[in-house]
Design a protein around this ligand. Structure first.
Ligand code: PHE
Length: 451
């Protein structure tokens, strides 16, 4: 089975694909909203710390588990553990992937719609009018049909790319889309920092306001560090499984973390400079992107170009992440069920389209979770980013420590860089610390629910 496995064509191709997975709505939509609400740079510092202490070791764990087994998450845990119980960690990953994609692709559809509206000058009527922008967004995303149309196009694109395979699909497209993303972002950052009053935005992002950082902000930063580097659900196991044995995991992991963080910060700069230059409220939450920004663009010189560029950027980021999420489910079905890539892609493309439709409808008049007082959208978002991803990461770290063994992990991770220079006990301590931090935060979240 593994002899026929597809592989990445080049190291750069892999890094761009993995960074493409990491850089997504999490960086450009979620991160700036969260930073805005929880103390700006204070939140950012905690988030960076979480990425280094917790994210990087677990990212390397996933990549090495994938590369050494050349299998999807379920198959990988089964093979290394020689005990079917551990395969449940992989199953939980596949389930999380399915749940995340169901809402992620809906928001992906919104980014397409907003790109289209921006291109056709639709934001002009929203200039400096937050009520109009709020109504516009509410009318659109709670409507029964229109968001489904955009969602379908978004999933269609994912299916098209994934169906072409690892090298010709995911890698080829990442090699085109990631540089495009970076160029657009740099253009937007330059526009942002040259606006009058941009400095307040930079201060907001880079000067810490510790008093605004509360416990819930810290838990959010940790959960987000998982979400943003695509951890805890086997994406990186899957992408790692397409790596050749001779690749340098440590270097690749550092590149992914670096690009992901850089792009989140740049997105923050592009957004907050524009928000502050026009004296808007930074703490708008998720509405920051879809409500506040459309009111700002018409008043920014050149806004008619920057608005579609921004939403296209968001769309590209979402697309390269969505394909990595779908790939987890596809790889599982190819490896474990013996399905062809095309068959798995079409069938799961169809299933995700339907479950995404339920998510989208839950924001309007048809919410299957109405009796619980929560939308199906929020339910999927919260359960995955607050519990399932951290739990998946925690179990992966525990798996390395107690089952697979730190020497095996180190052999994979340090096969090129730092070879024989990092003692196993140091690696064990790092993994234990990251497991403890995750366990603590999961417990804290649980206690909050029950008390
Ligand atoms: N990392 C992506 C983002 O930041 C989301 C994602 C989560 C992708 C989990 C894959 C797996 O938006």
């Amino acid at each position: 089975m593994s002899s026929a496995r597809e592989h990445w064509g080049s190291r750069t191709g892999f890094i761009l694909a993995a960074a493409g997975s990491a850089v997504g709505l999490g960086n450009i939509w979620k991160y700036p909203s969260m930073a805005g609400q929880h103390g700006g740079a204070a939140f950012t510092l905690v988030y960076l710390l979480c990425i280094l202490i917790v994210g990087l070791p677990i990212l390397l764990a996933e990549l090495s588990i994938g590369r050494s087994t050349q299998l999807n998450p379920v198959g990988a845990f089964k093979k290394l553990a020689s005990n079917p119980r551990w395969a449940w960690v992989g199953f939980m990953g596949v389930a999380s992937a399915f749940m995340i994609l169901s809402f992620y692709s809906v928001v992906g559809g919104w980014t397409l719609k907003y790109t289209f509206v921006a291109l056709t000058g639709g934001f002009n009527q929203l200039a400096a009018d937050s009520t109009a922008a709020t109504n516009y967004f509410t009318d659109f995303h709670t409507a029964p049909i229109a968001p489904l149309f955009w969602h379908l196009i978004f999933i269609g694109l994912c299916v098209f790319i994934i169906g072409r395979g690892v090298k010709k699909g995911i890698e080829q497209w990442s090699k085109v889309l990631m540089p495009v993303l970076l160029v657009i972002l740099v253009i937007l950052v330059i526009r942002g920092v040259t606006l009058d009053g941009a400095k307040a935005g930079l201060d907001f992002l880079f000067k810490p306001r510790w008093s605004d950082l509360d416990a819930s902000g810290i838990a959010m930063a940790l959960g987000h560090s998982f979400f943003t580097i695509s951890l805890g659900m086997g994406t990186m196991i899957t992408y790692g499984s397409y790596l050749h044995q001779e690749s340098d995991l440590m270097k690749a992991g550092l590149w992914v973390v670096f690009l992901d963080t850089l792009i989140a910060l740049l997105a923050g700069v592009a957004i907050f400079t524009a928000v502050f230059a026009q004296g808007q409220n930074p703490a708008e939450g998720p509405g920051l992107i879809f409500i506040v920004l459309p009111t700002l663009f018409p008043n920014i010189p050149g806004g008619f170009i920057f608005a579609p560029l921004f939403f296209f950027l968001l769309f590209v980021a979402a697309l390269t992440s969505a394909i990595s999420i779908l790939e987890v489910v596809i790889a599982y079905n190819i490896d474990e069920k013996g399905w062809s890539r095309k068959r798995a892609t079409y069938i799961f493309g169809g299933i995700v389209t339907m479950s995404g439709a339920l998510v989208s409808l839950s924001l309007g008049d048809f919410n299957i979770l109405a009796p619980l007082g929560i939308t199906y959208f929020d339910f999927l978002d919260w359960t995955t980013s607050k519990y399932m991803l951290p739990l998946g990461g925690l179990l992966t770290a525990i798996f390395v420590i107690v089952k697979w063994g730190v020497p095996n992990y180190s052999r994979e991770v340090f096969s090129k860089s730092f070879k024989d220079r990092v003692p196993d006990f140091a690696v064990t301590i790092v993994l234990i610390i990251s497991a403890l931090v995750v366990a603590f935060i999961i417990l804290k979240e649980m206690i909050e629910i029950f008390i």
